[in-house]
Design a protein around this ligand. Structure first.
Ligand SMILES: [Zn+2]
Length: 102
């Protein structure tokens, strides 16, 4: 690993997950293998968010996000949307208009 890239700003919001034990039971598969991780996260759309702190089950690989992580995800989603509308422009807008049958 030669990556020394770090985000300049610190996230200091209190996390509701903080009081939880290091390893908790995964709601997805029921195994006690859900733990806090901090690594790159690839969204289902293929976007990569660097160093996203979240919970990941080492058994079924399900991801769980706290409020701070959700905010990052939503921000990414917003950025992507504005980028998309810039690229797709008019076409995208036209496709978004759905006529309801009268
Ligand atoms: Zn699991």
């Amino acid at each position: 690993m030669s990556s020394s890239h770090r985000s300049a700003h610190k996230i200091s919001q209190p996390s509701p997950w903080k009081d939880l034990p290091a390893v908790i039971t995964c709601p997805e598969c029921g195994k006690k293998s859900l733990r806090r991780v901090r690594k790159d996260y690839r969204t289902p759309d293929g976007a990569v968010i660097e160093d996203l702190e979240r919970f990941q089950c080492s058994s079924c690989l399900a991801n769980f996000f706290d409020d701070a992580a959700m905010q990052v995800l939503e921000e990414c989603e917003r950025k992507k949307k504005s980028l998309k509308s810039l690229v797709a422009g008019k076409q995208q807008r036209d496709a978004g208009i759905v006529r309801h049958g009268v």
